[in-house]
Design a protein around this ligand. Structure first.
Ligand SMILES: *Cc1c(COP(=O)(O)O)cnc(C)c1O
Length: 409
């Protein structure tokens, strides 16, 4: 990929040599390519150009204010799942009329923020939630636009921990329950059902589940003669974490979406997260120690599962590459692990890796989505710095958290 490449032996992000940068910057830290963010967004937009959807970036995949700002400037809206994300999206300059609010357990406080800010849609996930929105809207003397998230009972064929559209998952309302709810909706005078939404899972590499979902939605909307302003088709588009995988190809799907949108005469909303931000970031870490194990050597990094949780949480694979290449080989197996006191704080086993020494630097790749946003203070470790690169210019978009502040409570 253009924005991440080796020049000679050294890894560059855009025009910045990471090796040189490491003379000034302590590890671990996240570093992102702005050009890659822009490229990904415009590519997505272009794929669906004939449909002209509202593209609401899933803020939970990376909620850094500056990253939201970059996307907002390109015309992105935001899909938020908490009051905090909602306020952050607004602070980043994203207009309220481009914000949709998802989530199964929105609180009264969060819903009040959404209603007061006049966001585009509150995507309700239960009858109780819709009733609560109605009663809050009544108190605030407003009429609120809602969407209903359906659970289409479709297998996204992805990791079970990131599948969200099957009947066994907590997300959305079954079609049966939705039909029952629809009979009562007229009594809820302060809400308008303007949209239906679906989001069947994440890291989906094949377009078949998306096509199926589109069919289910199309049938249902016709059957119920719903007159919708929007259909929100969610996110979930997969990326390649290794060279063997292929990112999802959305060209055929985009034609179906175009027809769907025309026939139903509704605006399409998408909520991509990973496909916009996943491949834009690296986590740079130092080899603290190397320790001999029974049948492999442990490469102990200064980045831990608190900084980057995906491998521990979903067994996710992220290729680890050296900041500086060499042509020597380590014998046998090595395992990259972090310092956290959990056995799941580990990042992958490799054979025939290049020679690796203490104080060497490595990059964990494709960490832009669900990397920083999933990080925590576990083991009382400060959140690490985040840096955004544009050509050879760099910006600290989050400073490393202050340790003294962190230990104050
Ligand atoms: C997480 C989430 C998304 C984004 O999913 P990606 O796989 O990152 O594209 C979109 N919509 C909803 C409702 C989500 O919960």
């Amino acid at each position: 990929m253009q924005n991440f490449r080796y020049v000679g032996k050294n890894l560059f992000i855009e025009k910045l040599s990471i090796k040189n940068f490491l003379k000034k910057q302590k590890t671990p830290f996240y570093i992102y390519s702005e050009n890659q963010i822009v490229t990904n967004f415009l590519k997505f937009k272009n794929t669906f150009k004939k449909t002209n959807p509202l593209i609401c970036f899933a803020a939970k995949s990376n909620s850094n204010l500056n990253i939201l700002r970059v996307l907002g400037k390109l015309g992105a809206g935001a899909d938020v799942v908490s009051g905090g994300e909602l306020l952050k999206a607004l602070k980043a300059g994203i207009k309220a009329k481009k914000i949709v609010f998802s989530g199964v357990g929105k609180t009264e406080e969060e819903l009040k923020i959404a209603i007061n800010k006049n966001i585009l849609l509150i995507n309700c996930e239960s009858e109780s939630e819709a009733k609560l929105v109605n009663s809050l809207a009544k108190k605030l003397r407003k009429k609120v636009s809602i969407g209903f998230r359906l659970n289409p009972n479709i297998d996204a064929k992805t990791h079970k921990n990131i599948s969200t559209g099957k009947a066994e998952n907590k997300f959305g309302l079954s079609i049966k329950s939705f039909k029952i709810f629809l009979k009562k909706i007229n009594s809820l005078k302060n809400i308008n059902l303007d949209a239906l939404s679906v989001h069947i899972g994440s890291q989906i590499l094949n377009d078949a589940p998306f096509k199926k979902t589109l069919n289910v939605m199309s049938k249902l909307i016709k059957e119920l003669r719903l007159n919708l302003k929007y259909v929100d088709l969610g996110g979930g588009f997969g990326i390649n974490y290794t060279n063997k995988e292929k990112p999802i190809n959305l060209n055929k799907y985009s034609k179906l979406v175009e027809n769907f949108s025309k026939k139903l005469n509704c605006k399409i909303i998408f909520e991509p997260g990973r496909s916009i931000i996943g491949n834009t970031g690296l986590l740079i870490s130092k080899v603290q120690f190397i320790k001999k194990g029974a049948n492999k050597n442990f490469i102990i990094l200064d980045a831990g599962m608190n900084d980057f949780m995906r491998p521990a949480l979903y067994d996710a694979f992220h290729q680890i590459i050296p900041v500086s290449k060499n042509s020597a080989k380590t014998k046998g197996k090595i395992e990259f692990v972090g310092p956290i006191c959990e056995s799941t704080c580990k990042f992958g086993i490799y054979k025939n890796y290049q020679r690796i020494n203490e104080n060497d630097f490595i990059a964990i790749t494709n960490v832009g989505a669900y990397g920083s946003s999933l990080s925590s203070n576990y083991n009382t470790r400060p959140l690490i710095a985040e840096i955004l690169i544009n050509k050879n210019k760099l910006r600290y978009i989050r400073k490393k958290q202050n340790l003294l502040k962190l230990i104050s409570s």
